[in-house]
Design a protein around this ligand. Structure first.
Ligand code: HEC
Length: 105
């Protein structure tokens, strides 16, 4: 019983932490200018982040690929509209945090 209680407490702590991280990451995306061209569930200039998550679901190399793409910019995956290079004005660590969040949507 005690172990079960501990497990529940641990699980809910993790859940709260995960939610806090998601809120941080979306604030970071806002601050970094990503949300000028992206939204979570609607196409703006760039693809909806939920569509990005769906496209790369199960692709273990997606995180590294997308971090590189966001840093350097590029076009042709979702259409002719290019994404400008977001590095160095957005820090590498922040890009990684935002990409991890996108892939978790
Ligand atoms: C000026 C508009 C603009 C800004 C700002 C922007 N993006 Fe994009 N983004 C795009 C466009 C357009 C595409 C589609 C590119 C393509 O088709 O290859 C895209 C694609 C993407 C993709 C999918 C790439 C792929 O190859 O599938 C990710 C992930 C992404 N953006 C994340 C970000 C992040 C994170 C930021 C902020 C650091 C950001 N974007 C800022 C326009 C933008």
């Amino acid at each position: 019983m005690k172990a079960l209680l501990l497990a529940i407490v641990a699980a809910s702590t993790m859940l709260v932490a995960a939610q806090a991280n998601a809120a941080d990451a979306s604030a970071l995306a806002q601050k970094s200018g990503c949300l000028a061209c992206h939204s979570i569930d609607k196409k703006v200039l760039g693809p909806a982040y939920k569509e990005v998550a769906a496209k790369y679901k199960g692709d273990k190399s997606a995180e590294a690929k997308l971090v590189a793409k966001v840093k350097a910019g590029g076009s042709g995956v979702w259409g002719p509209m290019p994404m400008p290079p977001m590095s160095p004005q957005v820090k590498d660590a922040d890009i990684t945090t935002i990409v991890q969040w996108i892939l978790s949507l």
